[in-house]
Ligand binder design. Structure first.
Ligand SMILES: O=C(O)CCC(=O)C(=O)O
Ligand SMILES: [Fe+2]
Length: 346
């Protein structure tokens, strides 16, 4: 990306510190009791796991998981395909670029809060069997799959299949942690889900003290499952003191964070945390988030079981399909003028 264009420079208060705060990092949770038993019973191990998930969602909005059931080979295959794709000349990558009519594909001019991000991305559509026509805007845009590397599509689809299983397990755990039935959230995802799969590539940056790979933000969806490589750069804003905390890369873990939809469903019991990605001057970094999102027709609102007279709804209802359509439109033209989740806070 060459020298640092002023469009990448963060305002002074948002510039990253190069020193790393690592103490008291996000919780690490071992999913083995839940992954290995199907259906999971009511054992003390499960109860303990559910308690850990509840604490992590409340205190951090973020956690890491180990023994998550996703085979390492599937992840490695995608990581090497992604590297081969992004290693190509930019003209090659632009053959599959995002366009005004199709929000999927390659993109290298993303902004967060009106400042350019030092990254390039490839966004995939998660194909689902359509049982009903989408109610808001067509979502008929297929992913513009690149010819090279030839294994890119297969590696992506295999990875998605495995991570989706993990996502459903996490939805069950989160439901249990909110004292809901394990399957309470599943129906929101069962048809026309709008899950989005992204590969972020952060090239080395000559000014890692001025720019960010991704500026501070919260994820708008329900749940994000992120794989990061061994370079490191993700920072989470710790709720207890507002400090930016580095998420140390740990091999074969996934980073889970709750998004704004979960904040609304839980009626504020859980709240997604701000996070950002730093860059560095020597090593390129990759991260692969899957934004696990419900169907377009979902009306997002605090779940009935989690509101009553003592705890009235803290958020207005909103239509996810409309929200997403506005975000997709604005993202191409003028980022960050779209409706924000915070607008729905009562
Ligand atoms: O690269 C990372 O670690 C974070 C990426 C991220 O937050 C996002 O793509 O929403
Ligand atoms: Fe994010």
């Amino acid at each position: 990306m060459g020298e640092v264009d002023p469009a990448f420079i963060q305002e002074f208060e948002h510039r990253p510190k190069l020193a790393v705060v690592e103490a008291q990092g996000i919780p690490q949770i071992d999913l083995s009791p839940f992954i290995n038993s199907s259906p999971p019973g009511n054992s003390p191990a499960i109860e303990d796991l559910v308690n850990q998930v509840r604490d992590a969602c409340k205190d951090w909005g973020f956690f890491q998981v180990i023994n998550h059931g996703v085979p390492i080979e599937v992840r490695e295959k995608l990581q090497s395909a992604a590297k081969r794709f992004f290693d190509q000349p930019v003209e090659e990558k632009k053959k599959v670029r995002r366009s005004e009519n199709n929000p999927f594909g390659y993109y290298d001019t993303e902004q967060t809060k009106n400042v350019r991000d030092w990254k390039e991305v490839f966004d995939f559509k998660v194909e689902v069997l359509k049982s009903t026509p989408a109610s808001y805007e067509s979502d008929d845009n297929p992913t513009p799959w690149p010819d090279n590397p030839p294994e890119f599509r297969e590696a992506s689809e295999e990875y998605l299949k495995e991570v989706e299983k993990l996502a459903y397990k996490l939805l069950e755990l989160i439901s249990l942690s909110l004292n809901l039935h394990a399957n309470r959230l599943e129906a929101f995802f069962s048809k026309d889900q709008t899950t989005m799969f992204r590969i972020n590539h952060y090239p080395p940056c000559p000014a890692p003290d001025l720019a960010l790979g991704v500026g501070r933000h919260k994820d708008a969806g329900a749940l994000t499952i992120l794989a990061q490589d061994d370079v490191g750069g993700l920072e989470v804003k710790r709720k207890s003191d507002g400090e930016w905390v580095f998420v140390k890369p740990t091999p074969n873990t996934f980073i889970i964070n709750i998004g704004d939809i979960m904040t609304a469903w839980s009626n504020g019991r859980y709240e997604g945390a701000e996070h950002r990605a730093k860059v560095n001057s020597t090593r390129a970094r990759f991260s692969i988030p899957i934004f696990f999102n419900p169907s377009r027709s979902t009306v997002v609102e605090p779940l009935a079981e989690l509101r009553d007279e003592g705890k009235p709804a803290k958020y207005e209802s909103y239509n996810w399909g409309e929200f997403l359509a506005a975000a997709e439109r604005n993202n191409f033209k003028k980022p960050d003028v779209n409706t924000q989740f915070i607008d729905f806070k009562k």
